[in-house]
Design a protein around this ligand. Structure first.
Ligand SMILES: C[S@@+](CC[C@H](N)C(=O)[O-])C[C@H]1O[C@@H](n2cnc3c(N)ncnc32)[C@H](O)[C@@H]1O
Length: 481
């Protein structure tokens, strides 16, 4: 990536000035050695920063690298001369590697699913952000110049993330109006177009609720080569950004941080809906319904952070699914299975997702195993909040051929085993004063979902009924076969 650079950020301007100062000092005998040493040190610090950030930042994808090369090696002056773009576009416009990865990181951290970019250029920032979005995420990029959409599209098409990007050409404000009319909202907005309009884009987004409740607005170039704070600035873009930054700093609807990365990125988020300012503005009932219980939104309150769960039969199938779901929701999970290797494999999967999990080998038809399972969990994590009694067997033999031995075996696991788990976990829960028990049954107890034999259907129905009678039943979820 060795391309000739014009000073484009506060650090690059400092490097430029220090280089000139060092050159002058070198030719001037009157400059004390100590001053030269300080100049050299200051230059080393300033000139090493971007290189270091570049090296330490995770490598960009091959498609981003290709897009970067294609952009910086393109003759933009020629494109302009040929009338293919309305404006002369400097290649330095591009959001580079470090900033691209920073944007991608923000997408991950904010769990954004829908992103709006205002000012796409050749799509480097758009593709970086798209790489951070989930598979069903989407990014709408507003770009004035149709030429740039055509320039970027072939690389978007090559990337597995390109399909998340929709480019809308024309003046961004027109696109914003269309998006509002369509009722669209975005979790993150990246503003990086004409500086004089930043304030209009921002106000339009805020006034029309284009930003979701928890959404974030990122604004590029908000330090604008330091012109936003240098007293002698006359540059119209520098002055526009100075005014913009001040406007945001004074806007009680939001909080702002300007990160001095490259040419500055402002991070802006709405203040809590319960802030005193917002409450005093309207006649609002300031209660738990408005604020959310303990100030937490509904989805947040449904999380299982700090909870301890176990799943019997967690080594495969729907039990494995339960274990992942509980873990993703924040619970610690004991994966219980007769097959230790399978339980361990699921624990390994959960560990990779950052979930605290332990494997427990237990046969739930044996009371000692059930008690050991409960004791292990309580001694490890001090509680059991969620008992997922999911283990079950189904020999699926023809009713007329089912031996009593098989009948007993099935009932020992599906009914007696489930009861023992409920009882053992229930005792812990009663002591705690809290607990949820989820017993998995089969939809075959209610409907004939596949060609099972009558006898086994009866057996399953019996399981459900007995659980209901026993008073332990909390919820019955269909078991997938
Ligand atoms: C700094 S570049 C954007 C860089 C881009 N975010 C990236 O990741 O490389 C600014 C872009 O804004 C576009 N632009 C300028 N005025 C615009 C407007 N009124 N509406 C939409 N796009 C505009 C320009 O054509 C240019 O491509």
């Amino acid at each position: 990536m060795l391309h000739e650079k014009v000073p484009d950020t506060p650090v690059e301007v400092i490097v430029d000035l220090l280089t000139k100062a060092k050159g002058i000092a070198a030719t001037c005998a009157a400059v004390p050695e100590e001053l030269k040493t300080h100049l050299k040190k200051a230059l080393d610090i300033a000139s090493g920063l971007d290189d270091y950030l570049e090296k330490m930042t995770t490598k960009e994808s091959e498609h981003l690298a290709e897009l970067y090369e294609k952009t910086v090696s393109h003759d933009w002056d020629q494109v302009f001369k040929e009338g293919k773009t309305k404006f002369q576009l400097p290649k330095e416009c591009i959001t580079g590697h470090v900033e691209g990865q920073a944007l991608k990181m923000l997408i991950h951290m904010s769990h954004a699913r829908r992103v709006l970019e205002i000012g796409m250029f050749t799509g480097y920032g758009a593709l970086s952000m798209a790489e951070g979005l989930p598979d069903d995420g989407c990014l709408v990029a507003c770009e004035l110049e149709p030429y740039l959409k055509e320039f970027a599209q072939p690389i978007f098409d090559k990337s597995p993330h390109g399909k998340k990007i929709t480019v809308k050409t024309g003046p961004a404000m027109d696109t914003l109006k269309e998006l509002v009319a369509a009722g669209d909202q975005f979790d993150m907005v990246f503003i990086d177009a004409d500086k004089s309009n930043y304030i209009n884009y921002y106000n339009f987004i805020m006034d029309n609720n284009l930003l979701t409740l928890q959404g974030v607005i990122c604004v590029d170039n908000s330090l604008f080569k330091a012109k936003v704070y240098l007293k002698d600035t006359t540059d119209s873009n520098g002055l526009a950004l100075r005014e913009f930054n001040q406007f945001i700093a004074n806007d009680p609807r939001v909080e702002q941080v300007i990160v001095p990365l490259r040419d500055g990125i402002s991070l802006i988020r709405r203040v809590s809906v319960a802030s005193t300012h917002l409450l005093s503005q309207a006649n609002i009932t300031d209660d738990e319904v408005f604020r959310g219980v303990q100030g937490r939104s509904i989805l947040n309150r449904m999380r299982l952070d700090g909870k301890v769960a176990y799943v019997t039969g967690g080594g495969q199938g729907i039990g494995r699914g339960f274990a992942h779901a509980l873990g993703e929701a924040g619970a610690k999970v004991a994966v219980v299975d007769m097959d230790r290797t399978k339980a361990q494999a699921v624990v390994k999967e959960l560990f990779l997702k950052g979930v605290h999990a332990i494997p427990i080998k237990a046969d739930i038809s044996k009371s000692d195993d059930v008690q050991r399972m409960v004791d292990t969990i309580v001694s490890k994590w001090g509680a059991i909040h969620i008992a997922c009694n999911n283990a079950g067997i189904n020999k699926n033999s023809a009713s007329e051929d089912t031996s009593l031995e098989e009948w007993d075996q099935t009932f020992n696991v599906n009914l007696r085993g489930t009861f023992m788990c409920c009882q053992a976990a229930g005792r812990v829960m009663l002591k705690q004063g809290y607990g949820k028990i989820i017993n998995t049954a089969s939809m075959a107890s209610l409907i004939e979902n596949h060609s099972e034999r009558h006898y086994l259907q009866m057996e399953k129905r019996g399981t459900v009924l007995n659980l209901l009678k026993s008073g332990w039943y909390t919820k019955i979820t269909p078991r997938q076969h």
